[in-house]
Design a protein around this ligand. Structure first.
Ligand SMILES: [Mg+2]
Length: 264
């Protein structure tokens, strides 16, 4: 049996649902620590800073370190640091992101005219033709595009709304460039998380409620993918899918026992 060193925990739908902690989740995380696993908490949220996410989890009772939190913006920062080393100079970036996460990118020089990289995230209703043309011009001058995700649309309380995938696809089309996507399940995201901990994919399991993105994404990257039957889990969707999880758990509460019996 393979031995697991790193456990990746999805947040929404796995540890909590709409700010409501899943019963027993706090204890389960503590037990995983007692078992000696390295933990990382994963989320694709792009509208909250690492500090805000940390505070949210701490308020729910989870004990963790700030550096254990891996959101798409956080992995984008890690990616930019690695690029900065390759460039051997200060990187100039243009973060087009929610105000709340601007601070996560504060360590890099800000440049809206000739950036090395544009970092694109959710900016709500701030999109307009002037901005799109500024982005196009900067990319035309050589800026590379890093996108925090490339979702097509999202569900609001009442209806579906166009997501930033619309703008990314458009910018890719008019510049001929392919954006680097940072959110899970992109390989850029998993590569950064694994490099940060320095483990090989076969020493890692990812636990989440999203069969395609969490379980399928993990397995495509050579990691174990474990599905929890909480959050967005739907029995019928699992039955119809070709993705076969490495484990199916009622909730995160079963994870410590499952890992102890299957991976040690
Ligand atoms: Mg989830």
């Amino acid at each position: 049996m393979k031995s697991i060193r790193l456990v990746l925990l999805d947040l929404d739908g796995t540890l909590y649902i709409d700010n409501q902690v899943i019963e027993g989740a706090v204890d389960a995380v503590s037990r995983l620590r007692q078992q000696g696993y390295i933990l990382r908490f994963l989320t694709n949220t792009t509208t909250r800073s690492q500090a805000e996410l940390y505070q949210q989890l701490a308020n729910m009772g989870f004990s963790l370190e700030m550096n254990e939190l891996m959101s798409a913006p956080v992995t984008a920062v890690l990616e930019l640091r690695a690029l900065q080393q390759q460039f051997e100079r200060e990187l100039r970036i243009w973060p087009v992101v929610a105000q709340a996460i601007e601070q996560d990118f504060a360590e890099f020089d800000h440049d809206e005219i000739t950036p090395d990289f544009i970092v694109l995230g959710d900016i709500g209703d701030a999109w307009n033709v002037v901005l799109i043309n500024q982005l196009f011009t900067a990319m035309h001058k050589g800026a590379k595009l890093i996108a925090l995700h490339k979702n097509r649309f999202w569900q609001t309380q009442s209806h579906l709304k166009v997501d930033i995938g619309f703008y990314i696809a458009g910018l890719e089309y008019v510049t001929g460039q392919t954006a680097q996507i940072m959110g899970k399940p992109s390989s850029s995201f998993f590569n950064r998380v694994l490099a940060d901990v320095d483990v090989a994919p076969d020493q890692v399991v990812l636990v989440g409620d999203d069969l395609d993105s969490d379980v399928g994404g993990a397995q495509r990257h050579g990691m174990g993918g474990i599905l929890v039957k909480t959050g967005k889990f739907r029995e019928q969707y699992l039955e119809q899918s070709t993705i076969k999880p490495d484990g199916i758990l009622i909730s995160i509460v079963e994870l410590p026992e499952f890992l102890a019996t299957h991976y040690s």
